[in-house]
Design a protein around this ligand. Structure first.
Ligand code: GAL
Length: 345
């Protein structure tokens, strides 16, 4: 499933229209290579609308079947902006659109602790849930969790943190009722790079022929961190720019860590920092605080990129305080996960 879109101030209005048209889509491709190309967006919106109609029909058909089915959900941690949007929409869609009873949808906070989450899953199994939706704390725990569920004959839908290919191959080979729903993080990385390429100086403020950047990475337990890091820079080099990495640090998707990392990088490298890439918006919001404290101005002497399209980040893009963000479609992803879970249950 691929659900990302570039967001710059110019593209914002049309992007919002498209994202609304995309509500209710399941395993869709909602991409816009150049966000300002109205024609492409119209086509994409039409496709999304058709898919939405199909999804609504599927949802209506599912309603009668799932009324007594129980869903156990565990989120890697509640204290995460994007996963909070995702979780809220997931529960809303399961109960309001797919017909699960509210008391049959239970959500637990993994608190960033795999042992705690594994216990929660065991409790769900003991309580006899019909299906599990799991946002793993550690992707590497997928094999153990899958075996736990398979032994109890309970299907599992993994979301957001993708298990490795070997594990996914095993599900297919052994006929295990497990699946994964997520967005393609390669695309969000690539779009970040393309947003930089679309600016006047392509991120080279001092005209030395290279883009000197700071990379603020998410938690490497989510492949999104690896791919966004890699593909944002690859887009720049493929676009003909030379790059210089001044710093790369792990910020675990966290705003306070994003602020600290960028504050340190600006102290160490000063004006040499031309672009700050953040693997998500929460860290970009932190980075913006550090940029402002250092007296730098986004768009004038530095660029700042995020991913997720959180409301606050969209506002910053509109106000010129962030160069861009990339839409991470929590609506499409949560709906797809809910529908697959409904079918598996
Ligand atoms: C990413 C998202 C981040 C964070 C992370 C959690 O897809 O962009 O903001 O929520 O998932 O695994």
């Amino acid at each position: 499933m691929r659900m990302t879109k570039k967001v710059t101030a110019m593209a914002l209005a049309s992007m919002m229209a498209l994202s609304l048209a995309g509500c209710g889509s399941s395993s869709t491709t909602a991409t816009t290579a150049v966000a300002t190309e109205a024609a492409k967006e119209t086509t994409a919106a039409a496709t999304e609308a058709a898919k939405e109609a199909a999804t609504t029909a599927a949802a209506a058909a599912a309603t009668t079947d799932v009324a007594d089915k129980k869903v156990g959900i565990s989120i890697y941690k509640f204290d995460d902006n994007f996963m909070t949007l995702y979780r809220t929409e997931l529960v809303r869609y399961l109960t309001e659109d797919l017909g699960f009873k509210a008391e049959n949808v239970v959500v637990q906070d993994g608190k960033g602790d795999q042992a705690e989450q594994t216990n929660q899953i065991q409790n769900f199994i003991t309580q006899g849930v019909d299906v599990l939706i799991i946002n793993l704390v550690q992707s590497s725990a997928a094999e153990q969790v899958t075996d736990q569920c398979a032994a109890a004959n309970i299907p599992v839908v993994f979301i957001n943190r993708e298990p490795d290919a070997t594990e996914e191959d095993r599900w297919a080979a052994d006929g295990i009722a497990a699946t994964y729903v997520g967005a393609d993080a390669r695309q969000s990385g690539k779009y970040q790079g393309e947003i930089v390429l679309a600016t006047d100086n392509k991120g080279d403020f001092n005209g030395d022929g290279k883009v000197s950047y700071v990379m603020v990475m998410g938690d490497p337990e989510n492949v999104d961190a690896k791919y966004r890091t890699q593909y944002s820079i690859e887009a720049l080099t493929e676009g003909g720019m030379e790059v210089e990495k001044l710093d790369e640090q792990r910020g675990d998707w966290d705003q306070a860590k994003g602020q600290e990392i960028v504050a340190n990088a600006l102290t160490a490298h000063g004006d040499a920092v031309e672009v700050v890439f953040c693997n998500n918006d929460a860290m970009a919001l932190g980075a913006l605080q550090a940029i402002e404290t250092a007296g730098r101005k986004v768009g004038e002497d530095i660029l700042l990129l995020g991913v997720d399209a959180l409301t606050e980040a969209l506002q910053n893009v509109q106000d010129g305080k962030m160069t861009g963000t990339v839409f991470n479609d929590h609506i499409g992803q949560s709906h797809a996960a809910a529908e697959i879970a409904g079918k598996m249950a």
